[in-house]
Design a protein around this ligand. Structure first.
Ligand code: ATP
Ligand code: LTN
Length: 327
């Protein structure tokens, strides 16, 4: 069975973009692959985050993973900080990364371009830690949204560099993104990515948004004056985004939806998208609240911690030998 790994940072609230770009893929692949999914909490502290918020986001994230349909019998779910080998290999990968490579990573570059203050060393070296997250588990594939592909490309380079210097050690992984939905855009500014850190509550549908409020957000999504429902990202980014959301949540092809709306206006189309989003949230949230009351989150994490440590410990021991740490 081929292996797959991915993680999501427990920062801010999970939104529909995270669900469609990442979580929906995890669910789709859980039967076909041996899968590890973790909460990337070591990555969360690369920016300032309050302790209470970190704890709450972590619990919420696990709850939402489970409510979305990730099955802990099939997938190993764990906290990154529960497995010390991530930090251990993270350092080795940092020493294996070149400053020039890290300088080119867009997340860091964007923050520098915006002249943000107090950018941490952790934010700069975070792609090296992400490489360690992936390489520890010999993952063949990494399901991520488009914005993370660059980090997986770096991971490939680091794996090859290490293998060349020390002999075959790591599997060189491949990123995979969904054909539809790898980049869900903001509802209010459809040329910008729907994002946790971009504070735009009208443009973002949080998975724990009140369903009627989410309905209203979709109804007031920015569109255009063309008046034809069709998939044209360049000229009609708002409609293209709504088509993508409807297609992925409903499991209907964009082509089919476009046909159904031939000759019809935006109002009717938006109503369907809004209703599908609302119903999706109602179902998801009902599951979420029952999971949160059940104490399942803690049990799942304990199980995941044991399994992940067994695999990661073996790998780090092998790496230590290769490097010459074990005398
Ligand atoms: P931030 O804005 O703080 O970077 P984020 O919303 O991008 O946060 P992450 O935790 O970085 O969230 O991403 C988790 C996963 O969701 C990643 O695989 C990422 O590629 C995917 N993802 C994030 N935003 C979107 C989006 N708008 N459309 C599709 N996938 C997304
Ligand atoms: N960097 C990712 C989260 C992340 C990840 C990973 C994803 C950390 N380690 C390993 C896939 C594989 C993000 O910011 N979304």
């Amino acid at each position: 069975m081929k292996k797959m790994i991915s993680g999501i940072k427990p920062t801010g609230k999970l939104h529909l973009g995270n669900y469609i770009g990442a979580i929906q893929q995890f669910i789709k692949f859980q039967d076909e692959y041996s899968m590890m999914i973790f909460i990337a909490n070591l990555h969360a502290i690369t920016i300032k985050i309050d302790k209470k918020e970190l704890k709450e986001s972590t619990k919420q994230l696990i709850g939402l993973y489970l409510a979305s349909g990730l099955d802990p019998e099939k997938v190993t779910l764990f906290l990154q900080s529960d497995v010390p080998a991530h930090t251990q290999l993270g350092w080795i990968m940092t020493c294996n990364s070149h400053i020039g490579e890290l300088n080119r990573m867009t997340q860091y570059k964007d923050k520098v371009a915006k002249k943000e203050e107090n950018i941490t060393g952790g934010l700069f070296t975070y792609p090296s830690l992400m490489a360690a997250d992936i390489l520890l588990y010999d993952a063949d594939y990494v399901p991520v949204g488009i914005d993370q592909k660059q980090h997986v490309e770096l991971t490939r380079d680091l794996a090859e560099r290490f293998n060349n210097q020390y002999g075959e050690t790591f599997v060189v992984p491949q990123p995979i993104s969904p054909k539809v939905g790898a980049k869900i855009m903001s509802l209010s500014e459809p040329t910008k990515k729907m994002s946790k850190s971009y504070k735009d509550s009208k443009g973002t549908i949080d998975l724990l948004d009140e369903p009627n409020a989410a309905y209203k957000k979709v109804m007031s999504a920015v569109t255009d004056s063309v008046g034809i429902v069709r998939f044209d990202i360049e000229n009609q980014p708002g409609i293209a985004n709504l088509l993508t959301i409807l297609s992925t949540l409903k499991g209907e092809s964009i082509e089919n939806i476009v046909k159904r709306y031939d000759g019809k206006g935006y109002a009717e189309f938006k109503k369907e998208v809004a209703e599908v989003v609302k119903q999706f949230l109602i179902t998801l949230q009902a599951k979420y609240f029952s999971i949160m009351e059940s104490g399942k989150v803690e049990t799942v994490l304990e199980q995941g911690k044991t399994i992940a440590n067994q695999i990661a410990y073996k790998k780090i021991a092998k790496v230590y030998k290769k490097i010459g740490f074990t005398i």
